[in-house]
Ligand binder design. Structure first.
Ligand code: SF4
Ligand code: FE
Length: 491
């Protein structure tokens, strides 16, 4: 059954997830002002699925049960499904201007579904069957799942088994008849706190020596031994200020990352989807990363749409909208943003069925997509800052704008002074101008910067990870043959 946004939020209250922030345990993390915007953001993935206007993008028919499911828990059955995924992510980016977090689970489902099929084929294991049962449970209960990949990694020059501290990569520490015990951590886990469960995957290709690190499993967020330490974001404590509104830029929505620690956690057999088959770790990593690199051609484009809109509004409110260089900058921002979208759509349109039957994206194009995402949002934000003007970082606080303290010779208040001197074009109030500038500040430097700028760089793999895949898929040898043919080189 599909949940509403409110039902999703209520469902989180039943979890006993252990969350720590600023050195202390957060008991009521659902209502914590720093965490709540990220919960609201995931709630939108539920809310829009119930909106008749978006039902085609937001839901799909499950190939496992025939039931209507949220697209975030769907296995892509066609290139049309892959394109709709990207469009859904653009839509959510437009509605939240944030990272709505639920994609990591969707990308994990699709990667694990096909990888378990191929693992079973080689080893005669039963991971695929187990995973299908697990996914039916997820779809039926409309759960949010954190796809957990990134390990702390310790000394980057060393493999998992060669690390001085063996916990730098999550590993199996004990094998029992009824399951395994795992230890380690996953870092900067998007949406980990407000996910019902976690789907843990290895983070790199492995050799036989690393086999105890080749593990994939599902586990509830509040399982015994799991705890999370919240990642702070710049300007996050603004959310703790009394009556905070304008200064937050994006009051309602936000992203979320945390360190998730697995302190000897028991995983029962029916939730294990890879266990020491080290030669499939690389396949799982590449497939998950491929899907998530496609995702960025949707979500970041949606956020980009809001930033372009905000920059255009800032120009209007400054009275600068008729200047030709402003128009040209908005064109450039649009060009860059739509180029990212082209990549997201292209890698989807060129998708193909896996052996298991769900659809993969085109790997080369998905990696090109993400490589562009490591660059273009920076330029888009640079242009937004250019258009906004320096006031976005020098403006007094909203408390000043509202202050009744008298400071002028004629009894003017701080609020009156601020409202007088920060007024722009008559088409907007000073508060409206503040709101749009604070939004741009939030995306460029504040709590949303993690979701738009730095996440564009490192999320779904840092730029070099894509370049390795581009090198592998780029087929330079075939291109040399093309050149030889045309140039008349016979050998
Ligand atoms: Fe989804 Fe984008 Fe956030 Fe990844 S970065 S979880 S694709 S919104
Ligand atoms: Fe991400």
């Amino acid at each position: 059954m599909l949940m509403t946004g409110a039902q999703y939020i209520e469902s989180l209250r039943k979890l006993k997830t252990r969350v720590y922030m600023f050195g202390e345990q957060v008991e009521n993390w659902v209502d914590h002002p720093i965490i709540r915007p990220s919960i609201n953001c995931v709630a939108m993935t539920y809310e829009l699925a119930g909106d008749p206007e978006y039902v085609d993008l937001m839901t799909a028919k499950s190939n496992l049960t025939g039931e209507t499911v949220n697209r975030f828990s769907h296995l892509h059955q066609s290139t049309d499904d892959l394109r709709k995924k990207v469009k859904m992510q653009r839509l959510l980016g437009q509605k939240t201007a944030s990272c709505f977090q639920r994609c990591v689970g969707m990308d994990a489902f699709n990667a694990i579904y096909s990888t378990t099929f191929e693992t079973d084929k080689k080893y005669g294991t039963e991971y695929h069957k187990r995973f299908v049962e697990y996914l039916k449970f997820v779809q039926k209960n409309d759960l949010t799942i954190d796809g957990a990949m990134t390990d702390p990694k310790g000394d980057r020059s060393k493999s998992p088994s060669a690390q001085e501290d063996p916990d730098m990569f999550l590993r199996i520490v004990e094998k029992r008849a009824d399951g395994i015990v795992v230890r380690g951590a996953k870092t900067h886990q998007t949406g980990s706190i407000n996910s019902h469960e976690h789907l843990v995957m290895p983070t790199i290709s492995m050799t036989e020596a690393d086999k105890s690190y080749a593990v994939c499993f599902a586990v509830p967020s509040d399982a015994d031994g799991i705890f999370m330490i919240y990642g702070r974001q710049s300007c996050d404590t603004r959310k703790m200020e009394e009556g905070a509104d304008v200064d937050l830029g994006n009051k309602q929505f936000g992203g979320q990352e945390a360190l998730v620690v697995f302190d000897d956690v028991f995983i029962p057999n029916d939730r294990i989807f890879l266990c020491e088959e080290w030669d499939f770790a690389g396949m799982l990593v590449e497939r998950f990363a491929g899907y998530h690199r496609q995702s960025y051609g949707g979500c970041k484009v949606g956020v980009g749409d809001v930033i372009i809109g905000a920059a255009a509004l800032a120009a209007d409110y400054n009275g600068a909208n008729k200047a030709s260089h402003i128009k040209d900058k908005l064109i450039e921002m649009t060009h860059l943003n739509e180029t990212l979208y082209c990549c997201g759509i292209a890698c989807s349109a060129e998708g193909y069925p896996t052996e298991a039957g769900n659809y993969s994206i085109d790997m080369l194009l998905a990696n090109v997509c993400k490589q562009n995402v490591t660059r273009f949002p920076y330029e888009i934000v640079r242009l937004a800052e250019d258009i906004a003007g320096g006031l976005m970082v020098t403006m007094p606080s909203e408390k000043d704008f509202k202050s009744k303290v008298k400071v002028g010779k004629n009894g003017e208040t701080i609020g009156e002074v601020c409202n007088k001197y920060f007024k722009g074009s008559p088409i907007a109030t000073t508060e409206e101008r503040m709101r749009v500038l604070r939004f741009i500040e939030n995306v460029a430097l504040g709590t949303a910067a993690v979701g738009y700028r730095t996440e564009s760089m490192h999320g779904a793999g840092s730029p070099q990870a894509q370049r390795i895949m581009i090198a592998r898929q780029g087929n330079i040898e075939a291109k040399k043959e093309l050149a030889k043919n045309i140039a008349g080189i016979k050998k």
